[in-house]
Design a protein around this ligand. Structure first.
Ligand code: PEP
Ligand code: MN
Length: 342
C-alpha cells in the first residue's frame, strides 16, 4: 500500500500517517524521489485490515490518495521507487550512463595471478575486480578458495591497481569478515534463498551483488533482494548468471536475457549479467556480453584469467586476460548504439 501525500502536506501530517501505520503493527517507509512525499507500507497487510486501514489513511489530513501495491516485494519494486537506483561504489556508479565492467578470475589463487588479472582489467577499462576467496564448489574435493588470505590479496591488489572489489560470501558468520575486505559482497546462485545469509549481508553496510538462483523465478529473486533490503541495505545489484538449462551439451546454463527488460519494468535495481557462468564456455562469452549490453545490462561480470588452462576453478569459461581489451572495444560500439558508454 502506498499513501501519496498532497504536495502541501506538512511534516506533522506525514508523521501522523507514519504513526497510524505503526499503530496498526505495520512498517512504514518514506519513499524517495517524486515531487510529493509518499509513505509505503512494507509489511504484509492482513486481509481483514486492508479496507479499514485504507479508508482511515485516506481520511487523514494531508493525504491525497492511497494505492495498493500488487507485488509481494515492496522495497525492490518500481512502484515504491520509480527512479532507477544508481549504486555508487567509491568512484564507480553502477546503473549510471556507463555500463560497468567487473572482471577477474573465478577464484583468487595467488598474488601474481591477481596482479596480472587486475592490471589487464584496469587497462581494458574495467572498474571492479572479482575473485572468489570462498568457493561454493559442487564437489567437496575441489579447490575451496584461499579464504582470508584470498580476501587480503583481493583487497590489496584492488587498491594497488585502482579497482573496486567484489567477492562471494557463503556463510552468515563470515559476512563481517568479508565486508572488512571487499567493496561489494556477492551472494551466489546456490545461496539465493539462504535467508540468514541474505539478512546478514543486508546488515553488513556493503552493497550486495545478488545472483539469481539457477531455478529461481524473477519474483523469487526479487523477494530475495527484498530480504537484503528489508534488513537495511538498499544497494542491491541483481546478477543474471543463467538458469538451469534444458540441455547441457553446449552451455552450462541458459542465459535469460529476457529478464533484463522485465526487470527494468518492475524494479529500480541495477542489473548485471554474468555470461561466464551462464555459458560455461569462454568462446561463447563475447557474444553474450554484446547481447547483454544491447539488452540493457548495467554491468557485466566476466571471468578472466592470465592462464585459463591452469586455473584452479572455471578455467574453461575464463577469457584469457589478453583478450579483454579487444572485447571492450567491441562492447563500446554496442553500448554507444544503445545510448550508453563503457
Ligand atoms: C562465481 O561467481 O564464481 C560463482 C560461483 O557464481 P554462481 O553463484 O553464479 O555459480
Ligand atoms: Mn566461477
Amino acid at each position: 500500500m502506498i499513501v501519496a501525500m498532497r504536495q502541501d502536506a506538512t511534516p506533522e501530517q506525514i508523521q501522523r500517517v507514519m504513526d497510524r501505520i505503526c499503530e496498526a503493527g505495520l512498517r512504514p517507509e518514506r519513499m524517495p524521489g517524486g515531487e510529493r512525499t509518499a509513505v509505503g507500507i512494507v509489511s504484509a497487510i492482513p486481509a481483514p485490515l486492508r479496507a479499514s486501514l485504507t479508508s482511515q489513511l485516506e481520511s487523514l489530513p494531508g493525504v491525497d490518495h492511497v494505492t495498493q501495491v500488487s507485488r509481494a516485494y515492496k522495497l525492490a519494486s518500481r512502484e515504491f521507487h520509480p527512479a532507477d537506483t544508481v549504486v555508487q561504489v567509491g568512484e564507480v556508479a553502477i546503473a549510471g550512463p556507463a555500463v560497468v565492467l567487473m572482471a577477474g578470475p573465478c577464484a583468487v589463487e595467488s598474488w601474481e595471478q591477481m596482479r596480472e588479472a587486475a592490471q589487464a582489467v584496469r587497462a581494458a577499462g574495467g572498474r571492479v575486480l572479482r575473485g572468489g576467496a570462498y568457493k561454493p564448489r559442487t564437489s567437496p574435493y575441489a579447490f575451496q578458495g584461499l579464504e582470508e588470505e584470498g580476501l587480503r590479496i583481493l583487497q590489496a591488489v584492488g587498491r594497488e591497481v585502482g579497482l573496486a572489489t567484489v567477492t562471494e560470501v557463503v556463510d552468515p558468520h563470515e559476512v563481517e569478515l568479508v565486508a572488512r575486505y571487499a567493496d561489494i559482497l556477492q551472494l551466489g546462485a546456490r545461496n539465493m534463498q539462504n535467508y540468514p545469509l541474505l539478512v546478514a549481508a543486508g546488515k553488513s553496510g556493503r552493497p550486495v551483488l545478488l545472483k539469481r538462483g539457477m531455478s529461481a523465478s524473477i519474483d523469487e529473486w526479487l523477494l530475495a533482494a527484498e530480504y537484503v533490503m528489508s534488513a537495511g541495505e538498499s544497494r542491491v545489484l541483481l546478477c543474471e548468471r543463467g538458469v538451469h538449462p534444458l540441455d547441457r551439451t553446449y552451455t552450462r546454463n541458459t542465459l535469460d536475457l529476457s529478464c533484463l527488460p522485465v526487470l527494468k519494468e518492475i524494479t529500480h535495481l541495477p542489473v548485471i549479467v554474468d555470461p561466464s557462468h551462464a555459458t560455461g564456455n569462454a568462446r561463447l562469452v563475447p557474444a553474450m556480453c554484446r547481447a547483454a549490453v544491447a539488452a540493457g545490462a548495467d554491468g557485466l561480470l566476466v571471468e578472466v584469467h592470465p592462464r585459463p588452462h591452469q586455473a584452479l576453478c572455471d578455467g574453461q569459461q575464463s577469457l584469457p586476460t589478453e583478450s579483454l581489451a579487444g572485447l571492450v572495444a567491441e562492447l563500446r560500439r554496442v553500448a554507444e548504439a544503445v545510448g550508453r558508454s563503457l
